[in-house]
Design a protein around this ligand. Sequence first.
Ligand SMILES: Cc1nc2c(=O)[nH]c(=O)nc-2n(C[C@H](O)[C@H](O)[C@H](O)CO)c1C
Length: 154
Amino acid sequence: MSKRIGICSTTFARFDMASAAIKQIKKQVTGVKYIERYVPGVKDLPVAAKKLIEEENCDIVMAFGMPGGEKIDKLCAHEASTGLIQAQLMTNTHILEVFVHEDEGKDEKDLKELAYNRATQHADNLVKMLFKPEAMKKEAGTGVREGRENKGPL
Ligand SMILES: Cc1nc2c(=O)[nH]c(=O)nc-2n(C[C@H](O)[C@H](O)[C@H](O)CO)c1C
């Protein structure tokens, strides 16, 4: 049966990471079903992801979000992250959390590039996890980073 990939993303984010990721996956695999859900902000992602798994039978989910730079935003991001982990444990299914903090970008151009790179590189991770686990194994311990330069192995 063809794999089902869940995608959930927010309107709070300032870049459409979901579309970038779907395009990236489509370059590599065909015959996959995408089920997309959009919510206001990161704290709405855990239930959206859990529903994608339980009600839409997704094999894996990507959850995209952009926490803002304020202290309250960081708190929200941590709460969302905890929720996403809980949803994974409740469903025994991976939810790749793809968050780009707004203050990670040096300026708007850099933030956009970072968001694109992180979204597409995590999309590559998803393809490996679902279809090429051996490729993932090859990269174990190699200091891979999503969005910025890889650190490399020690
Ligand atoms: C303070 C705050 N900060 C963020 C943020 O940095 N990034 C984000 O995606 N969403 C934020 N939200 C919205 C919440 O995640 C959520 O959408 C609302 O509380 C409604 O459930 C809130 C309320």
